[in-house]
Design a binder for this molecule. Structure first.
Ligand code: AMP
Ligand code: MG
Length: 385
């Protein structure tokens, strides 16, 4: 087991445990947000035929503008005219209509029939993409525009990675299920709801388990059951130095831990290993820690960072304290001014303060042993909510 490793090392270890993705075909209508499983090659040229980008006339450059004679009208959707134009003949043409054989330029309707012809008003067959070219690359997130491109080049479905099933197991004697009254000494289980949303956003299917007590037997029973049913187990809580931190102690006792503790703050004590052959990632219980670890370690492993954040550089409006020997993820709010992005951090930064994730929208990437003064620049992950 490796311990106290840098974030980059933890990411490297995780990606060396790839999932067995199955490919499934999905209707374009439902493909947005999924991850493309294969490269997509154009089946049709775009555009599939030379056509007009304007409403106007299809003319011949060799004719003088004064001699033009209109012989008909071509609408979008009509069959291409293959009877070559004779000298002086022109067609009235609408946007998207096929260029008649012999026409080599277009005149805009606004310029009148004797207006100046331009060749670049013709949209040439295949000028955007031609048959066989890669239109979309495997591993990328499918967006509204990529669905539109897929449709344009002849697809009605796309091959996507199947959704991983991910168990979410909150642990802790203090946890209360949502909807129940809050007794003294207890808190609501807020991590399950955050993690389920993040898992869904990652394109996976959450299987949320009710909070379980800090009791070895019930924990092991739940893990045994989940290990048979899911592709990945995410737990929350029970990974640090507490006497009832049974996720950590059970994995280490079984010699099933691969790494424990990552040099980041918040989110220092995550543990990664396996339970009966199923990967198990133990997230810390503190709500901010569990979310930051999800963003930094789980997202690049199971999903695609583009879905979750943009890496940006911001100029800080106030100073930020870093952390000794650790990457420090302070929560900041980003606003864009005329001179770039400005970061502000006005909330209490405790790892238990989930409100700091609501009032702010970015996580700083302050290098180890570094403080940021007001006016200095810092990299940050600007979260896409
Ligand atoms: P632990 O990692 O189990 O030591 O928990 C660290 C802190 O996170 C404690 O204050 C817990 O009460 C809190 N915590 C643990 N699990 C959850 C949860 N599911 N929802 C909200 N807070 C939690
Ligand atoms: Mg606990």
């Amino acid at each position: 087991m490796e311990t106290s490793i840098p974030v980059a090392r933890a990411q490297e270890i995780l990606t060396s445990y790839p999932f067995k993705w199955v490919t499934e075909e999905i209707e374009l209508e439902h493909a947005q947000g999924r991850i493309l499983a294969e490269n997509i090659l154009a089946k049709y040229d775009d555009p599939p035929f030379d056509n007009s980008s304007i409403d106007g006339w299809a003319v011949q450059l060799s004719d003088s503008p004064e001699s033009r004679i209109e012989i008909g009208t071509i609408f979008a959707g009509s069959q291409p005219i293959i009877q070559p134009l004779k000298p002086k003949e022109i067609y009235r043409i609408m946007t998207g209509a096929p260029i008649p054989l012999g026409a080599d330029a277009l005149v805009m309707v606004e310029d009148g029939m004797q207006g100046t012809p331009r060749q670049d008003y013709i949209r040439r067959k295949g000028e955007n993409i031609s048959v066989g070219e890669i239109a979309l690359s495997a591993g990328n997130v499918i967006t509204a525009s990529s669905c539109a491109l897929a449709a344009t080049i002849g697809y009605s479905t796309l091959p996507v990675r199947s959704k991983l099933r991910i168990a979410i197991i909150p642990t802790g004697d203090e946890l209360t299920e949502l909807g129940r009254p809050l007794e003294s000494g207890r808190i609501y289980d807020s991590n399950s709801i955050a993690l389920a949303s993040l898992v869904r956003k990652a394109g996976a299917e959450p299987v949320v388990i009710k909070p379980i007590h800090d009791n070895k037997e019930s924990l092991h029973q739940t893990l045994n059951r989940c290990a048979k049913e899911v592709d990945l187990i995410l737990t929350s809580g029970g990974v640090s130095m507490g006497e009832k931190d049974f996720i950590r102690s059970s994995l280490i006792e079984r010699d099933a831990a691969i790494f424990w503790k990552v040099l980041m703050r918040p989110g220092g004590p995550p543990i990664f290993g396996h339970w009966n052959g199923t990967p198990l990632f133990g997230l810390p219980g503190n709500p901010v820690s569990s979310q930051t670890v999800f963003h930094l370690l789980i997202v690049p492993w199971i999903s695609h960072p583009d879905i979750f954040h943009r890496r940006v550089t911001v100029k800080m409006d106030d100073k930020l304290r870093g952390a000794p020997n650790r990457l420090c993820l302070r929560r900041v709010q980003i606003t864009s001014s005329g001179n770039g992005l400005i970061g502000r951090s006005r909330t209490h930064q405790g790892s238990g303060n989930v409100r700091s994730m609501v009032l702010n929208d970015a996580l700083t990437l302050i290098p180890p042993d570094t403080n940021i003064e007001a006016g200095e620049f810092v990299d940050a992950l600007w979260l896409i909510t």
